[in-house]
Design a protein around this ligand. Structure first.
Ligand code: THU
Length: 140
């Protein structure tokens, strides 16, 4: 499995993709055997990785994206500007994760790093607001 991101990305995104690919190797997915890595990038340039964490009680499974977001929040960083998700195949993120990400920045960039295609190709980038139009938010 490759662990170096495509050369053509901006440096911060390159680091984000590398962290996401690296996190995928930590996935705990004994039931689905479907490893997912993720990493979030904050406005200040910090990167927080995450992987999927499954459970014998299947419904308790936590997706990689949510693990990464929780790591950022636990470190006191809520200013998420981008998320990368590394896996084989699309589409991602799942509906639950779209809403979970939406909480912190509806217009964050989502990098979809599909490792089943050309690993040196730049990941597909899409705005979260396009993946989840009219997501749910409470004004504070
Ligand atoms: N999974 C993620 O980690 N992120 C997604 O966006 C889609 C699904 C995980 C959950 C589960 O461990 C495995 O992929 C199979 O559904």
């Amino acid at each position: 499995m490759p662990d170096s991101p495509p050369a053509s990305l901006p440096p911060q995104w390159k680091d984000l993709v590398a962290a996401s690919r690296d996190a995928r190797s930590q996935a705990y997915a004994p039931y689905s055997e479907f490893a997912v890595g993720a990493a979030v990038l904050t406005k200040a340039g910090s990167i927080f990785p995450g992987c999927n964490v499954e459970n014998a009680s299947y419904g308790l499974t936590i997706c990689a994206e949510r693990t990464a977001v929780c790591a950022a929040i636990a470190a006191g960083r809520q200013d998420i500007v981008a998320v990368c998700i590394s896996l084989t195949g699309t589409p991602v993120p799942c509906g639950t994760c779209r809403q979970f990400l939406y909480e912190f920045n509806p217009s964050m960039t989502v990098l979809i790093d599909d490792l089943s295609t050309d690993n040196d190709a730049a990941p597909e980038t899409v705005l979260l607001s396009d993946l989840l139009p009219r997501g749910f938010r409470l004004e504070r």
